[in-house]
Design a protein. Structure first.
Length: 297
């Protein structure tokens, strides 16, 4: 396994927390208590046992009053958690501040690429603790099985719009380290079939399997049942679409929405048959850390 250049090196001044308590300061509140979230994890596991799905991503939503400048918040988030698919969007009625680490799809000269992330651990306080966490992440049977399942899902998505035999996994289960969490990532590519249009590509790959689950449609139905509010921009995508076709779109995670004097964000975890509800809840808090710190600055 190869470890990519540590993006989190640029934010060493921000120390990660290996265990977090449910946030309560600065007016930050979740739409789900810890008990509510873990109860929903158990319900998702029941759907898995009954054969409806193999895996589902369940999210909770945090929000807090916000009266600052959304662009300044974006700059703070980039200092805390620099990420390769980040961006700032300012509309008439809301702003989106994103530090996304994940690419949904890239198309260039009829080559298509997707880059699923599945598998997370918090960063260690010290180098040795960090190393132990990374070794455990890559060797964990649950994390490996979940990641492989989602790689297969994305291979199938690309297979619907690519030339026969062209879809391949070019990089499998490598590590990327960010300021507060580390992820398992894979890279999947293919050659677009003649006549594949932008519409066909988006219909095949959107939304990303890592933030819905497998199979996608049934997972989205279950997510709609179990999550008490709609996701909004979270788990959507932004980027560019050009002629050719050319495109590069992210997945909107690690992102904050500013609207009507409120800052809100979602954080989720992938639920599988042997998920530990408390650990899945903790994973959502680990993913929330950078956004909480940016909002607290």
């Amino acid at each position: 396994h190869r470890v990519l250049e540590d993006i989190g090196e640029r934010s060493k001044s921000t120390s990660p927390n290996s265990q977090l308590s449910p946030p309560s300061s600065n007016g930050l509140k979740s739409n789900l208590s810890q008990a509510d979230y873990t109860e929903r994890v158990e319900k998702a596991k029941n759907y898995i046992r009954e054969g409806d799905i193999y895996q589902a991503n369940l999210a909770q939503k945090f929000e807090t009053p916000f009266a600052g400048c959304s662009f300044q918040l974006y700059k703070k988030l980039m200092q805390v958690n620099p990420s390769p698919f980040s961006g700032y969007l300012n509309f008439s009625n809301f702003s989106l501040v994103s530090s996304s680490p994940e690419r949904l799809v890239k198309v260039h000269e009829h080559r298509i690429e997707t880059r699923p992330i599945a598998g997370t651990r918090p960063r260690g306080q010290k180098e040795e603790e960090d190393r132990v966490l990374l070794v455990e992440l890559l060797s964990n049977p649950k994390e490996r099985a979940e990641h492989l399942m989602l790689v297969d899902l994305e291979r199938n998505d690309l297979g619907r719009i690519c030339q026969d035999g062209s879809v391949c996994v070019t990089d499998f289960m490598f590590l990327e380290k960010y300021s507060h969490v580390s992820h398992i990532v894979s890279n999947i590519t293919g050659s677009l079939a003649p006549g594949a249009r932008v519409y066909d590509i988006l219909k095949s790959v959107f939304p990303g399997g890592t933030i819905t689950g497998c199979p996608k449609i049934r997972c989205m139905e279950i997510i709609s049942e179990l999550e008490p509010v709609v996701r909004g921009p979270y788990s959507g995508s932004f980027g560019y679409i050009g002629f050719g076709p050319y495109m590069d779109l992210n997945i909107i995670i690690r992102s904050i929405v500013i609207c009507d004097g409120t800052a809100s964000f979602h954080v989720g975890a992938g639920i599988v048959a042997d998920s530990n509800p408390q650990k899945e809840y903790q994973e959502t808090l680990d993913k929330a850390t950078a956004m909480i710190q940016a909002l607290s600055r």
